[in-house]
Design a protein around this ligand. Sequence first.
Ligand SMILES: Nc1ncnc2c1ncn2[C@@H]1O[C@H](COP(=O)(O)OP(=O)(O)O)[C@@H](O)[C@H]1O
Ligand SMILES: [Mg+2]
Length: 265
Amino acid sequence: MGYDGTVQLHSAQLQDLLTRPAQVVYKDDHRTAVYAVEAADGHVWVVKRFRHPQWLQALKWAVRAHPAQRETRRVRQLKALRLPVTPIVATTMRWSATGGVGYCVLPYMGESVYRLLNRNLLTAPAQRRALAQKLADLTAGLIRHGLIHADYKTSNILLNERGELWLIDTDRVAASRDRQRILNMLATLDETAVRARVSRTERWRFLKALLQQVELGDVRQIVAIITRGSEAKRLVTNVAGGHAQPTATTPQRGPVTTDQAPARV
Ligand SMILES: Nc1ncnc2c1ncn2[C@@H]1O[C@H](COP(=O)(O)OP(=O)(O)O)[C@@H](O)[C@H]1O
Ligand SMILES: [Mg+2]
């Protein structure tokens, strides 16, 4: 069931949700457990439970620096900029004698791009082309707002059945127009695309679509930095072979200008 943006969680429903068993566990490590639960009315929610020591969580909550609180603030800021960020419908703490455990509850918004690619669930060429274009549009949107996402991974971007992309895990989004930081963000994305077995041609398609929207300088240098040198030679051969559009002649739909102040987040 898709989230229509209107369903809210009341306190009793929230307490009930937190006691329900996981339908799907997306991840469970030392930092967080993230899982889907189905409410009594059939709605599917995603619960993110923080796993740091309980005394530390209690302390951070008291000074409003708990990761659940930080992530919730960031989501509000990005939403105000009309960026496609998954809403957090509840942020809460369950107290205990030794501290507390923080939770964020989000609507289920789709599957992560990493899962879809890595598990070969997105195979139609037209779908994959559309995804590359949408990822480029999303990335260009962040860059134009003067934002970088230091954790810009395919596992932190969801794709729903309508073909829309939604950001999650935005705690590490920061205001910056620093080129090196932008390229680092692209390098992180590229690395996770490689791990999800995305081909060089498809990664290049994404980059080309991005560079048609934002000016980031010399293409060869960009490729070298994004691929951390590992694939620079082969990708640059593509560039030299005429598959690339040099940035100087590329139509610029929304160039990044350095005199523009980054969005405040
Ligand atoms: N709202 C959501 N809808 C669907 N899946 C989600 C949602 N939020 C998280 N997930 C899944 O859980 C995984 C981990 O969530 P995330 O918020 O990135 O946790 P972490 O901060 O520990 O990386 C994601 O990669 C995604 O597969
Ligand atoms: Mg994540």
